[in-house]
Design a protein around this ligand. Structure first.
Ligand SMILES: [Zn+2]
Length: 676
C-alpha cells in the first residue's frame, strides 16, 4: 500500500471490571503507542482511539457481588484505567467509554441502519426466565449440576470443575442465582447477524487480499472459515447495555460484542466533528491493535458489520499479539496473578520506561511469552543502565568537563568516524522497516544497537587519553558522540518517551522530528544543559519484594480453592461423651532426639502430670509452647512413640496448607476443666 493520507489507530477497549495489567500492555497498548508515536514523529496525520468497554454480563455480576450498581463498577474501573494509561504515557487522542451518550446514539443508529436494511435474521428461542425477579437469565446467572461430572455448582455456560462448556439447558436441576428459584423456559425473540452470508466476502478479503497479515492472525481467521461461520445473536435479555432501538424490544440490549467495537466510532465522533474522513474515506489506513482473544471480533465480526452498514472502510491490518505470562503462569484477573499497572506506577515512580522497555523486548509477537522480575532487573541493569545510560552519561559529562557543555567543532573526520556515522541512517531505516511491519522487538533491538555503537565508539577512541595532546580530535569524537545521543533521543521517543523527553532537555533540543535523524542534529557551539542519570540500578531486594508479593498471592489462591473435608460419619452423644477432653498447661517441652516433627511434652492435666508426645515440632519450638494452655484428650490408650510412652493427645487445628494451631480456651481456666 502506498503512503495513506491518514491513519486511524484503534486499541482494544479494556473491559471495565478490573484494572490494566502487564499482559494488556505488552499485547495491545505498548505496540499501539509505539506505532502511533512513530507516525506522529514522521509527521503523518494520525489519531489514536481507545475507551472502556462497559457493558456485558460480567459487570452486572460483579456489581451484584459488591452490592453496587453496574454504573458504579464501570465508573470505578474506567477512572483507574484512564488514569494509569495517562501516567504510563500511552498517548491516545481520546480515551472514551461505551456508557457515554454519544456511544448510545452511535450504536443505536448503527443497529437501526442494519435493521432497516433487513440485514438481521429474527429468531425465537427458548431461554431460562426467573419468575420471581421477572428477568431472563444470562448463562452466568444459572447454576446446576454438571451432566458430565455431577459437580453441583456448574454454571450455565461452563462447568469449572471438569472444564466442559455447557448450554444452560444441559444443567440438571438448574437454579437462578438471583432468587434461588428454579427458572422456567420461556420464548424470547432475538436478532442475529448472519455471518454465514458474509463468509464468501470475508474469505476473499482476508485469504486473498490480506496475505500480508501476521501468520497467527491469518491462521486463526482461516480456521474460523474452515469451521463455517454461523449466525450470531446481536441482542440479549439484560437490563445493562444499549437498548435495542426497535419497537417490542423492551428489556433487550445490544449484545456486548456488537456494541463494543462501535465504541471506536463513537469515540472518534466525540473527538472530532470530522470523524467521517477517518471512517469513510478509502485513503485512511485503519489499524486495530488487539490481543489474540479478540481476533475473531476484529477480523470477522466487526468487518461484517461495517460491510453490512455499507459506508465504512475496513481495517487494513490487525496486528494481534499472543499472550504474555507472568513468572511461568497465565496472567489472571480473577486469581490476582498479574502485575497491575496502577500498582507498578506507585511502587516504581519514574520507571515507566523500564517497564515499557522490558515489555517491548519480551513482546509476545509470534508466540506466548513470559515476564519475570529477574529479567526485568537484568534488562534494566545490563541494558538500560550499562549500555544506553552509560553512553549518554559519558558523552554529556566529558563535554561539560572539556568544552564547558558546548557542542565542540568537528576538526577532521577519520575513516573510522565515517564508518560510525554511516551506521545512523542504516539503523534508522531498519527501525522504520521493522515498525512498519509491526516487529517491535526487532525495532527496539536496533535502537539499542545505536547506543551500543556509541559505547563502542567511545571505548575505541578513548578521548579521555587524548585531551592533553589532541584536544581538536577529542572535539570531533565528542561531537559525533553527541550526534549519536541526539539521534537516540529522536529514534527512542516511540519506545521510551519519558527518557527521550529527559534527553532532549539535557541536550537543550526542541522540536525534533523523524526527519532530523542524521549526523548533524546538533550544531557546533550549541549549549547543553546539565547531565543527569537516565536510569539507575535495580537492586535484588526490589525484585525479591515483588516475588514475595506474587508468592503471597499464590498462597492465598491455594487456600481459597482448598475445600473443607466432607463431614465424617454421624455419631451418637454417648459415643462423643466417652472422650475425656480437659484443659491442661505445658510444663516442659523438648524435641524428641533424632526426629524433626516430635516434641516430648510434660502436661499438667489437673488430674495428674503426664508425658505426651506431639507431632508439632515443625511449627513450634519447645520454648514457644511452655506455659501454654492446651486442650488434651486424656483417656486415649497410651502409645509408645519412638520409645516414649505417650499418655493422651493435644488437640490441634490444621489449616489448608497443613499448618497446625493450638485449640485453647479463649480465657485461661483451671487445669482439668472438662471440654464438652
Ligand atoms: Zn463438570
Amino acid at each position: 500500500m502506498n503512503t495513506p493520507k491518514r491513519y486511524l489507530i484503534t486499541s482494544a477497549l479494556p473491559y471495565a471490571n478490573g484494572p490494566i495489567h502487564i499482559g494488556h500492555l505488552a499485547g495491545v497498548y505498548i505496540p499501539s503507542d509505539i506505532y502511533t508515536r512513530y507516525l506522529r514523529l514522521k509527521g503523518r496525520e494520525v489519531i489514536s482511539i481507545c475507551g472502556s468497554d462497559e457493558h456485558g454480563v460480567p459487570i452486572t455480576i460483579k456489581a451484584r457481588q459488591e452490592g453496587v450498581s453496574p454504573q458504579a463498577i464501570v465508573d470505578k474501573y474506567h477512572s483507574i484505567i484512564k488514569d494509569s494509561f495517562e501516567r504510563f504515557g500511552i498517548a491516545f487522542d481520546i480515551y472514551s467509554r461505551t456508557s457515554s451518550k454519544m456511544h448510545y446514539e452511535t450504536a443505536s443508529q448503527f443497529f437501526r441502519k442494519l435493521y432497516d436494511d433487513g440485514v438481521f435474521v429474527e429468531n425465537t428461542t427458548q431461554q431460562y426466565y426467573d419468575e420471581e425477579v421477572k428477568q431472563f437469565l444470562a448463562d452466568r446467572y444459572i447454576t446446576g449440576t454438571c451432566p458430565h461430572c455431577s459437580n453441583p455448582n456448574a454454571y450455565g455456560d461452563q462447568c469449572e470443575k471438569c472444564g466442559t462448556s455447557l448450554n444452560a439447558t444441559d444443567l440438571i436441576s438448574p437454579k437462578s442465582t438471583l432468587s434461588g428459584s428454579a427458572p422456567v423456559l420461556k420464548e424470547t425473540k432475538h436478532w442475529f447477524l448472519p455471518l454465514d452470508k458474509f463468509q464468501p466476502f470475508l474469505e476473499k478479503w482476508i485469504l486473498e487480499e490480506h496475505k500480508d497479515w501476521k501468520t497467527n492472525v491469518f491462521g486463526q481467521c482461516k480456521s474460523w472459515f474452515d469451521m463455517g461461520l454461523q449466525p450470531r445473536a446481536v441482542s440479549r435479555d439484560l437490563d445493562w447495555g444499549v437498548p435495542v432501538p426497535v419497537e417490542g424490544a423492551e428489556g433487550k440490549v445490544l449484545y456486548v460484542w456488537f456494541d463494543a467495537p462501535i465504541g471506536y466510532i463513537s469515540a472518534t465522533r466525540e473527538l472530532t466533528p470530522d470523524w467521517e474522513k477517518y471512517w469513510k474515506d478509502s485513503e485512511t489506513r485503519m489499524i486495530h491493535f488487539i490481543g489474540k482473544d479478540n481476533i475473531v471480533f476484529h477480523c470477522i465480526v466487526f468487518p461484517a458489520m461495517l460491510k453490512a452498514e455499507g459506508s465504512y472502510i475496513l481495517p487494513d491490518n490487525v496486528p494481534a499479539n499472543e499472550f504474555l505470562n507472568l513468572e511461568g503462569d497465565k496472567i489472571s484477573t480473577s486469581r490476582n496473578w498479574a502485575v497491575w499497572l496502577h500498582e507498578y506506577l506507585e511502587e516504581f515512580p519514574g520507571k515507566q520506561d523500564v517497564l515499557r522497555y522490558t515489555l517491548t523486548a519480551n513482546m509476545p509477537e509470534t508466540k506466548d511469552n513470559d515476564f519475570t522480575w529477574k529479567d526485568y532487573q537484568t534488562r534494566n541493569n545490563s541494558e538500560l543502565v550499562a549500555i544506553l545510560g552509560n553512553f549518554v552519561n559519558r558523552a554529556m559529562v566529558l563535554t561539560h568537563k572539556y568544552f564547558e557543555g558546548k557542542v565542540p567543532n568537528v576538526d577532521s573526520i577519520s575513516d573510522f568516524d565515517r564508518e560510525i556515522l554511516n551506521e545512523i541512517p542504516k539503523l534508522k531505516k531498519s527501525i522504520e522497516e521493522n515498525l512498519e511491519s509491526f516487529r517491535f522487538r526487532e525495532a527496539l533491538k536496533e535502537l539499542m544497537n545505536l547506543a551500543r555503537l556509541g559505547n563502542k565508539y567511545l571505548a575505541d577512541t578513548e578521548p579521555w587519553k587524548l585531551i592533553k595532546t589532541e584536544p581538536e580530535r577529542v572535539g570531533t569524537i565528542l561531537n559525533i558522540s553527541l550526534q549519536i545521543t541526539a539521534n537516540l533521543a529522536i529514534l527512542g521517543e516511540p519506545f521510551l518517551p519519558f527518557t527521550a523527553d529527559r534527553l532532549c532537555k539535557m541536550l537543550n533540543l526542541t522540536q525534533t522530528t523523524w526527519e532530523n535523524v542524521g549526523e548533524s542534529v546538533l550544531s557546533a557551539g550549541h549549549q547543553l544543559n546539565q547531565a543527569e542519570l537516565l536510569f539507575d540500578k535495580i537492586e535484588d531486594e526490589t525484585v525479591e519484594k515483588q516475588l514475595a508479593k506474587l508468592q503471597a498471592t499464590k498462597t492465598a489462591n491455594e487456600s481459597a480453592t482448598k475445600k473443607a473435608n466432607p463431614q465424617k460419619e454421624e455419631i451418637t452423644y454417648e459415643e462423643f461423651s466417652k472422650m475425656d477432653i480437659r484443659t491442661g498447661t505445658v510444663l516442659e517441652a523438648e524435641v524428641v532426639p533424632k526426629t524433626q516433627k516430635l516434641l516430648k511434652l510434660k502436661i499438667d492435666t489437673g488430674v495428674d502430670q503426664r508425658t505426651v508426645v506431639s507431632g508439632i515440632a515443625e511449627y513450634f519450638k519447645p520454648d514457644e509452647v511452655v506455659g501454654r494452655q492446651v486442650a488434651i484428650l486424656i483417656n486415649l490408650a497410651p502409645r509408645k512413640i519412638r520409645g516414649i510412652e505417650s499418655h493422651g493427645m493435644i488437640l490441634m487445628a490444621e489449616d489448608a496448607d497443613g499448618k497446625l494451631r493450638f485449640v485453647q480456651p479463649n480465657e485461661s481456666v483451671a487445669n482439668g476443666s472438662e471440654i464438652k
